[in-house]
Ligand binder design. Structure first.
Ligand SMILES: Cc1cc2nc3c(=O)[nH]c(=O)nc-3n(C[C@H](O)[C@H](O)[C@H](O)COP(=O)(O)OP(=O)(O)OC[C@H]3O[C@@H](n4cnc5c(N)ncnc54)[C@H](O)[C@@H]3O)c2cc1C
Length: 393
């Protein structure tokens, strides 16, 4: 795709430090060597990307936001979002899987006890251990404060009982960050967060879901039956754990927005390449102005999505509350990705509907993105809260 002038005028990469630019370049190489060539096959065979995510350590892509003193890359939110955008251009599911792992590594470096950090952080940074985030349950998704997985005190330890659903990376994860309720009467204030080893007695990973797409993420449920967790593995106490999760979800929404920009770029390039060669009625189909304008609209939507995504990332890097910006960005970018990829598929005629056009894989991922880290309706709830303030309370 020819570089748009808007990329020059608002070039996110210009503002990156040199090590951050290197990380973005490393993400491109990782994508071109290990992600794009295998992504279609992994999807068709319904395999997970876990072994590829482990390889990301060789490119310095594990622990992107873990501080340098802890052995991570210490990247800004903007730079991390650029990395995920680049990887998503090859495969959204690989990018999301990597992002979830990195978000938990970041959490461990900031919140875990020294003993738990020593035990897990080197493994998370080397790719020896892969991490997963467990909030959603079969009966509680959007209303995360309503989770029912129980954490009861047993001496100094905790005992977890319950079920988690829709856990990205679950199929191959070694470490699960589990949010559980310690006191149902306290509502969100009773929720705490724990690190649970896959090998812990009482933890079972269920079969991965059969999905419309995104199998590379290895999404599955977990069952916790009298699963004993040592006191050292409490990573966030009641009263703070729910807020910690919501802060993490704000970053995740920014990253998902950037990833949607990545798949839109891939779709546009594919579609433009095709209509620049395909002829109908004696001329290139790309020369029909009606068709050009369809793709022009997709490109404009992508530019707007990028601006919203990187504005939210910049707000996070200034330690401002980016909750509203992240919600606006995620709602816009996911919708732009769904409608934009439908257009990319349409201009390719039946060819766009073939699996090897890759548009279908990106489109399924865009739809999936409308659920990840809160649905589009929940982004509206956040935006409405800001729009109306307390006026309707
Ligand atoms: C592939 C995949 C991977 C995922 N990975 C993870 C993960 O790693 N960890 C994790 O914890 N979760 C994960 N999730 C779960 C995801 O965060 C939830 O699906 C999402 O929060 C929505 O919850 P739900 O599916 O239970 O929908 P529900 O909460 O049951 O909502 C059903 C519908 O009602 C709407 N709705 C709900 N409340 C409102 C409201 N107040 N106003 C208007 N509409 C409303 C919703 O938008 C939705 O359309 C994943 C989901 C998918 C699809």
């Amino acid at each position: 795709m020819v570089a748009a002038h808007t990329d020059v005028l608002v070039d996110v990469d210009d503002a990156l430090a040199s090590d951050e630019k290197q990380a973005v370049q490393a993400a491109r190489t990782f994508r071109d060597v290990h992600v794009t060539p295998v992504a279609d096959g992994i999807e068709v065979r319904r395999e997970t990307a876990i072994s590829t995510i482990r390889l990301a350590s060789k490119y310095g892509l594990l622990g992107l936001q873990v501080g340098r003193t802890h052995g991570g890359s210490g990247l800004s939110t903007v730079a991390a979002a650029r990395v995920y955008e680049e990887v998503a251009e090859g495969c959204f599911a690989h990018a999301f899987s990597l992002e979830v792992h990195n978000n938990i590594a970041n959490l461990v470096s900031r919140r875990a006890s020294q003993e738990a950090q020593d035990r897990w952080l080197p493994r998370l940074l080397s790719g020896d251990a892969i991490a997963a985030f467990c909030m959603t349950e079969p009966t509680a998704g959007s209303d995360a404060a309503a989770i029912q997985c129980k954490a009861d005190r047993a001496g100094k330890d905790w005992v977890l009982n319950g079920e988690k659903a829709w856990v990205t990376n679950a199929a191959g994860a070694d470490l699960f960050a589990v949010w559980a309720q310690t006191d149902a009467a306290a509502g969100w204030r009773g929720i705490a967060a724990f690190l649970v080893d896959r090998e812990a007695e009482g933890l079972t990973v269920t079969d991965p879901y059969q999905l419309m797409g995104g199998h590379a993420m290895g999404t599955a449920g977990i069952l916790l039956r009298d699963c004993r967790v040592p006191a050292d593995d409490l990573i966030s106490a009641p009263g703070e754990a729910f807020k910690v999760a919501m802060q993490g979800i704000t970053s995740a929404r920014i990253f998902v927005s950037a990833q949607c920009c990545g798949i839109l770029k891939a779709g546009l390039e594919r579609a433009i390449g095709y209509v620049s060669e395909r002829k109908a009625f004696g001329q290139l189909v790309g020369s029909f102005q009606g068709l050009q304008w369809e793709l022009v609209n997709v490109a404009t939507q992508r530019e707007a999505a990028r601006l919203l995504a990187y504005r939210a990332a910049a707000a996070a890097d200034k330690n401002l509350s980016a909750t509203l910006e992240a919600a606006q960005a995620k709602k816009f970018a996911t919708a732009a990705a769904v409608s934009g990829l439908v257009t990319c598929m349409q201009v390719m005629g039946a060819r766009g509907f073939l699996i090897d056009s890759t548009i279908g894989r990106h489109l399924a991922a865009a739809k999936m993105a409308e659920y990840l880290d809160g649905t589009s309706e929940i982004q509206n709830v956040v935006i409405a809260r800001s729009l109306f303030g307390g006026a309707l309370d």
